[in-house]
Write a protein that binds this ligand. Sequence first.
Ligand code: SF4
Length: 414
Amino acid sequence: MIFKSAHYCIFVQNKSGMNTTEQVEKILADTNLSTELQNIAHKVLHGERITFDEGVYLYEHAELGYLGVLANSIREQKHGDKTYFNRNFHLEPTNLCVYDCKFCSYSRLIKQKEEGWALTMEQMLDIVKKYDGEPVTEVHIVGGVLPQYDVAFYSALFTAIKQHRPDLHVKALTPVEYHYIFKKAKIDYATGMRLMKEAGLESIPGGGAEIFHPEIREQIAKDKCTGEQWLAIHEEWHKLGMRSNATMLYGHIEKYWHRVDHMEKLRELQDRTGGFQTFIPLKFRNQHNQMSNVSESSVIEDLRNYAIARIYMDNFDHIKAYWAMISRETAQLSLNYGVDDIDGTLDDTTKIYSMAGAEEQTPAMSTKELVNLIKQVGRKAIERDTLYNVVTDFENVVFEEEKKPQYYKLPVVN
Ligand code: SF4
């Protein structure tokens, strides 16, 4: 498959033959390109940061082919062909929630309790135990917000998981839950995050960020923590020497400058702490929520957004796309637009994607399928742990069933 845009082609199945520097130089030699786009390409070639206004300009004026060349050159400078995934499972304590985010397809408010679930500590630990002996490296814990899940509950849960399986990395909750439980416990963020660390928490996923700017946040998620509070909690966590991720929910009622404002705030915090690992743009889906009248972004816009994120977020090591949310094919395409990580849930323990109308209704993929998905587009598959230590480099791995001799049914010749 080939995407053509003006003078630039991004090959998905095959690479163009030019190295990424030559591709950017080709852009710079294009006399038809606007001065602004020339300047941005020049900055990317020389590893310089682009400004807020340049970020907005890219959203408003840059073609997909141009963005792909720049984003891919940054991606390959940072990671070459490496494409990361991990083996984890999701633990979702509840889909009942005291909040009422307009875009949320997941939460069943307490008044719709019959459609919801709320797991006990014992039920959660039983789920963890189901993975005993499985080669998973991480448990990702996230769900709705309910009063019974408080500081004491989560502390006990993290401690119990680490006692049962010390090698399992606990990545859990977002500032939405932390703000709520710390406020309820009357403790400040610094104290709360220290208590969570002592209990066994090892990193924070990127959720709950949505769009930071109050103009949008107050329309789509007005009750939960503000953008400033989200950033402050990550900052306290980073001060403890710990790592986290960041997301952005895009493609709904926000304007392009709101996206750049969101990325700018993350970039500023990252300059101060260096604690973020990965930026994850999340595509807004419009099924089963209160924003069903808002159209979803196109695949082209999704790829443009990944590429601009890669160009703008110069101090973030990784850009991630959730294959389960955007489809396997778009995930493959995204690897040429700045993405170097496609997550890797290997079973269907999460309901978050499917309830929002994601492409994958039963997001399950074996390691072999995931590795082949990456290799099919000429990239190298690397299984990582949560902190991007290499678990397995799949470059020369041959899967068991591929070693078996193949027998074909031949026509009988009389
Ligand atoms: S997005 Fe999160 S905080 Fe908002 S309603 Fe859904 S589960 Fe609750």
